[in-house]
Design a binder for this molecule. Structure first.
Ligand code: NAD
Ligand code: ZN
Length: 379
């Protein structure tokens, strides 16, 4: 089958690889109909991780079931399904608590937790930027879609990751109706956090970034755009909230955050939020931060530490929730909002391409070229 394969830093190519197939009785095999490029793919694409050459990308996947293992009870051949990026078992200590983002069964390293398709440090699983995908524990992981699956393909595919992830940021921040919410980052994840805050009834949603095209998408759903290359975002949020600060903050950027001068500073967004969220407010951090790698040198060595203003965070009595999104916790209800025309996450899709155009799309998305917000691939 054809797949988007990692060949080295900033080098991907569509390559022939062995077909994905059923390996265990609980697997289902999915013919991919839509698969997205995610900001998370860029950590690997840029060579910032241990992702091995030859591996296939793709953790935001949906498609049609073409084969099921002998132990699969619920999912049927022909079902249209969307797959959470987390691969989980449903029965380990963490999954039992709904923490499918920290599954202990599907992660082969006993000192770690959590697995995903086509991802560094998250198990050996193949990615879905390919024609076929093997889905472990198919009954548990595949979410069935209704008759409108094909009509709303670019909406439903967002249930694999970024829509639940944006929603998770608002959950961890504690957003309730009437809140004011500041969001760091107008990338796909930040825009989904803005959509989620709006769905939850936030009175005011403020989105900080410096890309005019991305900020314009935030404005399209009624958010206030704050361009941090033109104004101090902390002051802008205070001005919007009668000097009190926002009730909630969502971090949707991660360690690649830029400081006001545009240089990489892993603490830039966290400090912006700590200083612009009110006393006793909540912050949800879904942007990726990675543990320090003792062997790393140069730029890589800076990734593991973020010099946050913990004193201010503590003094203000703020809370902060962190980590990957447990997609299964939210994807069913967000699916039903899409089905009921109450959420349309596809408004951020900027490019629809074939597998063969993936290398060019990675280049453009990685350099945040004007207008490249979200790429969906149709294998
Ligand atoms: P992206 O890189 O396309 O978007 C990030 C945006 O942040 C860019 O538009 C950039 O201009 C902006 N930005 C940089 N510094 C900033 C600053 N100081 N203030 C405000 N904005 C700033 O990525 P994305 O696809 O939106 O993903 C965002 C992050 O979320 C990544 O780290 C990704 O890996 C992570 N992620 C986490 C999960 C999870 O489960 N926790 C899931 C998906 C993605
Ligand atoms: Zn993703």
């Amino acid at each position: 089958m054809k797949a988007v394969v990692y060949h080295g830093p900033k080098d991907v190519a569509v390559t022939d690889v062995p077909d994905a197939e059923i390996e265990r009785p609980t697997d289902v095999l999915v013919k991919i109909t839509t698969t997205n490029i995610c900001g998370s793919d860029l950590h690997m694409y840029e060579g910032r991780t241990s992702f091995e050459k030859g591996r296939t990308f793709g953790h935001e996947n949906m498609g049609e079931v073409v084969e099921i293992g002998t132990g699969v009870e619920k999912i049927k051949v022909g079902d249209r399904v969307v797959l959470p990026f987390n691969i989980s078992c449903g029965f380990c200590k963490n999954c039992e608590r709904g923490l499918t983002n920290y599954c202990l069964t599907t992660q082969p390293d006993p000192s770690a937790a959590g697995a995903a398709y086509g991802f560094a440090e998250m198990g050996p699983y193949g990615g879905g930027q390919a024609e076929l995908l093997r889905v472990p524990f198919g009954d548990h992981n595949a979410l069935r879609l209704g008759e409108d699956a094909q009509d709303k393909e670019n909406d439903y595919v967002m249930l694999s990751d970024i829509f639940p992830t944006g929603y998770h940021a608002t959950e961890m921040a504690g957003v309730i109706p009437g809140d004011s919410v500041v969001i760091a980052g107008a990338g796909p994840v930040g825009l989904m956090a803005a959509l989620s805050a709006t769905i939850k009834g936030a009175a005011k949603v403020m989105v900080v970034d410096r890309h005019p095209d991305r900020l314009a998408l935030a404005e399209q759903i009624g958010a206030i755009a704050i361009d941090d290359s033109k104004v101090d975002p902390v002051q802008a949020v205070l001005d919007e909230t009668m000097g009190l600060g926002a009730d909630r903050g969502c971090e949707c950027v991660g360690y690649q955050a830029h400081d006001p001068q545009g240089n990489e500073d892993p603490a830039a967004t966290l400090n912006m939020l700590i200083n612009s969220v009110r006393f006793t407010g909540g912050i949800g951090t879904v942007g990726v931060f990675v543990p320090e790698d003792p062997g790393a040198k140069g730029e890589l060595a800076k990734q593991g530490k973020a010099a946050i203003d913990f004193g201010t965070h503590w003094f203000k009595g703020q809370t902060m929730g962190n980590g990957q999104c447990p997609v299964k916790k939210y994807n069913r209800r967000l699916r039903d909002l899409i089905a009921a025309d109450k959420a349309k996450p596809s408004w951020i899709v900027s490019h629809e391409i074939s597998l063969d155009q993936a290398a060019d799309a990675y280049r453009n998305f990685d350099s945040r070229s004007e207008g490249w917000t979200k790429v969906v691939i149709k294998p």
